[in-house]
Design a protein around this ligand. Structure first.
Ligand code: PLP
Length: 383
């Protein structure tokens, strides 16, 4: 897509729902903001202290453009220890968050007109990133009746001669679904058969409440490009640090592109990431438990409200709540909610119009006492 057209699209109120509702909300007194996936948690002080020490010791300069060797080696050791996966240093690069890695990859692999399949509801930036990179997003649905699991036969039917890649996001924003290992296995088989890349956004890999996560690279190592990082599992959204792991030729292309953009990810954030990954087994459960408890609470409160419905939330920090009993679409419901209760959520429409418009996404980004206040207000609403 022409970049100027994209900018124009964002000037139209209907198109940028999240931004417009957010702007609307700023003027509200007593606002409870459960919209953006940026939790109230402050990064663990052990990570902060270590980063401060590292800054004093001189980690304030550029690193190599793909990240310091220590960062890359720490990511490699982490994947070996956690997932028994082997990667070479040439496959790993530090990125300015997972989304930066995704965009570099799309720029690296897409020729004009190539199709990239995404599953709906989808994390909103995917579609624009594909278009900005010159590709065409092809949307396949997932359904609430299936627990928002991906039906791989629908995926397969969407493949054409122009398909270059499939973006997979599990654990999923906004639905909280975690795709089964059988689904991952089948996606891998399809990608291998059709010679496609799988761009696997695994930023919520640690926020899984029952069972554990198995990365896509386990099933299709040659086809998979993995994106992950520190924003969610370590409450480090503002440090802007993540990584991508790809076949060497893709990683090298992404590196060349990025040398003309940001050069390297922030040095100090790489240091924080090294400490975080080395201490992952201590640090992550604390974050995961926070979201599990909050979402258990949200589920309990939603279950007691007859105009709302929520299925089982398997992971992430989000509840994708069905509002169809209110007979309002997602944008109207979100506006009424904000006007009457000062609770801000994201209309499901922001994640795709086909399957999202009867939902809202509530991010459990606030303490249980604040969630309690939010639901005490919501249950007073009438339809
Ligand atoms: N991918 C998904 C699915 C997300 O929901 C988010 C943040 O909300 C990101 C990526 C952003 O990750 P990062 O902060 O590492 O760029």
């Amino acid at each position: 897509m022409n970049r100027l057209k994209l900018a124009k699209k964002y000037q139209q109120p209907e198109e940028n729902i999240m931004m417009n509702i957010g702007t609307l909300a700023k003027s509200k007194e007593g606002l409870i903001d459960l919209s953006i996936g940026d939790p109230d948690l402050i990064t663990d002080e052990r990570i902060i202290n270590q980063a401060a020490e590292d800054a004093k010791a001189g980690h304030t300069r550029y690193t190599a453009s793909d990240g310091s060797q220590e960062f890359i080696q720490t990511v490699i050791k982490h994947y070996k220890a956690y997932y028994n996966l082997d990667f070479a240093p040439s496959q790993v690069r530090a990125t300015v968050g997972a989304m930066h890695g995704m965009y570099l990859t799309l720029l690296a692999i897409i020729d004009p007109g190539d199709e990239v399949i995404i599953h709906e509801p989808y994390f909103s930036p995917y579609k624009d990133q594909i278009e900005l990179a010159g590709g065409v997003p092809i949307v396949v649905p997932t359904y609430e009746k299936d627990g928002f699991q991906l039906d791989t036969s629908i995926l397969e039917k969407a493949i054409t001669k122009k398909t270059k890649a499939i973006i997979i996001n599990s654990p999923n924003n906004p639905t909280g679904a975690v795709f089964s290992q059988e689904t991952f296995q089948r996606i891998a088989e399809i990608a291998i058969e059709h010679e496609l890349f799988i761009l696997s956004d695994e930023i919520y890999e640690e926020l899984v409440f029952d069972g554990s996560f198995v990365p896509m690279a386990t099933f299709a190592p040659e086809n998979t490009i993995t994106f992950s990082g520190f924003s969610k599992s370590f409450a480090m959204t503002g440090w802007r640090i993540g990584y991508m792991i790809a076949p060497t030729y893709v990683s090298q292309t992404a590196k060349l592109i990025n040398e003309n953009i940001t050069y390297s990810a922030p040095s100090i954030s790489q240091q924080a990431g090294i400490y975080a990954l080395k201490n992952a087994s201590k640090l992550i459960p604390e974050v995961t438990n926070v979201f599990k408890q909050r979402l258990d609470y949200v589920k309990k409160r939603v279950d007691a409200i007859d105009f709302l419905h929520l299925g089982n939330v398997q992971g992430t920090m989000y509840a994708f709540i069905n509002i169809s009993n209110t007979h309002l679409d997602s944008a109207s419901f979100t506006k009424k909610l904000l006007d009457e209760t000062q609770v801000l959520v994201v209309p499901g429409k922001a994640f795709g119009i086909n399957t999202g418009n009867q939902h809202i996404r509530l991010a459990a980004t606030q303490k249980i006492s604040v969630l309690k206040e939010a639901f005490d207000r919501i249950e007073q609403m009438s339809f």
